[in-house]
Design a protein around this ligand. Structure first.
Ligand code: IVH
Length: 683
């Protein structure tokens, strides 16, 4: 009973409430914005509990920006309409460096100056919002809507823990609007979908749509459960006080001081060249972020210049969006086929009407497994959303259900027989997988051969997917050992369509060379479960020879660093299997090397990925690439964030620009030779 309390209590309560709120806000800021919590969850909970209890005792002292009020309020019937005091504009687009230059030239012409600073910011693929603060308190938040009128989603925005309910900058105008982007982190998106998969519910398509749906929930409790996040990127209007910044760069700094999360990758640059490099760099780096971006926004920094430039139609002249290649596209799913992997597992995949995604034409994509197809309700004949991100295999995100209307499409079912050899399939309930139990199935063998010949394994050039299938289907390979018998069948092989003399002799040379590969590579090549490059190297170093490895007991195997019971069991099981034992004997008789003796741990360039561009004096391109490989390094076809350094001869351009943008070392020929010498390279 508040009224019954002594005024002294009330005063004390007011003070304690203010203190608790300030503290909790500080902890929220450190936790949700800075990601640097200072207290334990339990300590935080205790403070929150005290605040809640006190507010329960003094309900009239509850304020809307109290940390307890993030998920408060009743579900509403509908959203109120909010008129934006200043329209929320959209942005013009540019798609490459040339178009960015054209934009820059137009701006320079209008400003009658060549030099002006720019701010470059990742363009977050979320939803634009406008936030109004009065006397430092968050009072209203709205969606962009049509740019002129949006919806009042204040209650939902309050649930976003990184969004400040109270500003911490002392110099805030009495009233101001801040604009930003609400988004769902990729990790949160994955968490939500995992939860939905567990519950057997239909999966969400992408983070953006999920964020949009979450913001437009009538019940704020639902929004709260989605763990949205926000970046502030713009000052809107302000009243009763001067705007706290004179440029975009100052505005971002001020927003940070006021407790808003701002994007840490924003950069102020002085020249077009720097802006272009920044934009180009994000083509590769976009995947390194935990949220989706669809471009880079390039803004003229100074507000005075922005005003001078003004807007044209609904787009400001002072900013543009450098768009990254779209990573999603819609296309027709022609069929769902099933492939059989090296271990016999059946994997459904999508056969698509070819479509350009992320700059590459895609005609097949993965569908993961039967359960995903069911949860996403993907059916042959659907129009589907295809996604391709970075170097990841393209995947089908889901159907565009509105385009199915009226058509009867059949649900997918796994075949009962192996589509390649016809053997009845089995189910492995542990791994939720369907597999073909026939070890001699042509598909398994072809995949096994392809893997055997792959780069990290015995590196037999010219023996890819197509050739492996050709040889298996033609009856030339019934086991891996038959590979080494191919040279004896030269005449027969030449009769195969599409196999020329030159190609075949090159293949034979690589097959012959593969016999000299060390044990670690052979172990990778065999395709033993759980044995990748690292484990193979560890086993090879530890045992030295195949003989020693074959004699090893489970305990011996587990004595190897990083080899646990599961891996030990897999290795032991393989080596103990009479069929595989016979294969190893056969390979040895055919002259395949069975030891790792004298192989340096990985070679001087182990762990390095080196890209090459332009012409070198000392080596041809082929020579330098094989040198890198010989020394244990990898050759990168392009410059990515995984590249260690770029060797640049004369005349390279694109890759060098990419390397500069990513901050990757560029070595000229002389520096590269130094690099090799420093690693003990002996010419
Ligand atoms: S500035 C005049 N900065 O992109 C418009 N927008 O097409 C000023 N966006 O509706 C927008 N990140 O939803 C700006 N760092 C950023 C942004 C950004 C994402 C979105 C925003 C806007 C759309 C423009």
């Amino acid at each position: 009973m508040t009224t019954a309390r002594a005024p002294r209590d009330r005063k004390q309560a007011r003070e304690r409430l203010a203190e608790l709120r300030t503290r909790i806000r500080g902890h929220d800021y450190r936790y949700y914005v800075l990601d640097q919590p200072e207290i334990s969850d339990a300590q935080y909970d205790a403070q929150m509990r005290e605040l809640r209890d006190l507010e329960a005792a003094f309900p009239d002292l509850v304020t809307t920006d109290s940390p307890t009020q993030r998920v408060a309020g009743q579900p509403s019937e509908r959203f109120e309409v909010v008129q934006h005091r200043q329209p929320m504009l959209s942005l013009g687009n540019v798609f490459d460096g040339d178009e960015l230059r054209a934009w820059h030239q137009r701006v320079a012409r209008l400003l009658e100056r060549e030099q002006f600073a720019l701010v470059c910011e990742p363009k977050i693929d979320g939803l634009a919002i406008a936030l109004v603060y009065e006397q430092g308190h968050f009072v209203q938040g709205a969606t962009r809507g049509d740019g002129l009128r949006g919806e009042d989603i204040t209650a939902n925005l309050r649930t976003i823990r990184s969004l400040p309910l109270q500003l911490t900058a002392g110099d805030a105008p009495e009233r101001l609007e801040v604009r930003g982007e609400v988004y769902l982190a990729k990790q949160e998106f994955a968490r939500l979908n995992e939860q939905r998969a567990r519950d057997g519910e239909q999966l969400y398509m992408n983070p953006r749509n999920t964020a949009a749906g979450s913001l437009r929930q009538l019940d704020p409790a639902v929004t709260a459960s989605r763990r949205l996040d926000v970046f502030a990127y713009q000052l809107g209007w302000s009243a009763d006080g001067p705007p706290p910044a004179a440029s975009q760069w100052e505005a971002l700094a001020w927003l940070g001081r006021a407790s808003f999360p701002t994007n840490p990758h924003a950069r102020r640059v002085e020249t077009l060249a720097e802006a272009t490099a920044f934009c180009a760099g994000w083509v590769e780096r976009r995947d390194s972020l935990d949220y989706e971006i669809d471009g880079v926004v390039v803004k003229v920094d100074e507000f005075a210049l922005q005003r001078q430039l003004g807007t044209a139609g609904r787009e400001p002249r002072w900013a543009t969006a450098y768009k990254l290649p779209a990573e999603q596209a819609v296309t027709r799913l022609r069929a769902i086929d099933v492939s059989v992997g090296r271990t016999g597992v059946l994997t459904p995949f999508a056969v698509l009407e070819p479509v350009v995604v992320g700059g590459v034409t895609v005609s097949v994509a993965t569908l993961h497994n039967e359960e995903q197809i069911r949860l996403k309700d993907i059916r042959a004949g659907d129009d589907v959303i295809v996604q391709r991100a970075g170097e990841v295999i393209p995947q089908v995100i889901g159907p565009v259900l509105s385009r199915r209307a009226g058509r009867r499409l059949r649900r997918f079912r796994m075949p009962a027989q192996c589509p390649v050899c016809g053997t009845a399939v089995r189910n492995d309930p542990d791994e939720a997988a369907t597999y073909c139990p026939n070890r001699r199935c042509a598909a398994q063998l072809a995949r096994g051969v392809e893997h055997f010949a792959s780069r990290a394994a015995l590196d037999i050039e010219g023996l890819g997917e197509k050739m492996a299938l050709l040889l298996v289907e033609g009856g030339y390979l019934a086991s891996l050992a038959d590979l080494y018998r191919l040279p004896g069948r030269r005449a027969e092989l030449l009769a195969i369509r599409g196999v020329g003399e030159k190609k075949l002799d090159a293949l034979f040379a690589h097959v012959e060379a593969s016999k000299r590969q060390p044990l670690r590579r052979l172990l990778v090549a065999l395709g033993i479960r759980h044995v990748g490059e690292e484990t193979a190297a560890a086993l090879a170093v530890h045992f030295g020879t195949m003989d020693a490895l074959r004699r090893a007991t489970l305990e011996d195997l587990q004595a190897v660093a990083d080899v646990g019971p599961v891996v030990a069991e897999a290795v032991h099981g393989y080596l103990d299997d009479p069929e595989y034992g016979a294969l190893l004997d056969e390979l040895e008789q055919l002259g395949v090397r069975m030891d790792d003796v004298g192989v340096a741990r990985g070679g001087p360039l182990a762990g390095e990925t080196i890209a090459v561009t332009g012409a070198l004096e000392r080596w041809s391109r082929n020579e330098v690439e094989s040198l890198i490989k010989q020394l244990g390094g990898r050759v990168g076809a392009s410059v990515t964030k995984h590249t260690t350094c770029l060797v640049a001869g004369t005349g390279g351009g694109q890759k060098a620009a990419q390397a500069r943008a990513l901050g990757i070392a560029i070595l000229d020929e002389k520096a590269f030779i130094e690099h090799l010498r420093a690693r003990g390279w002996d010419e």
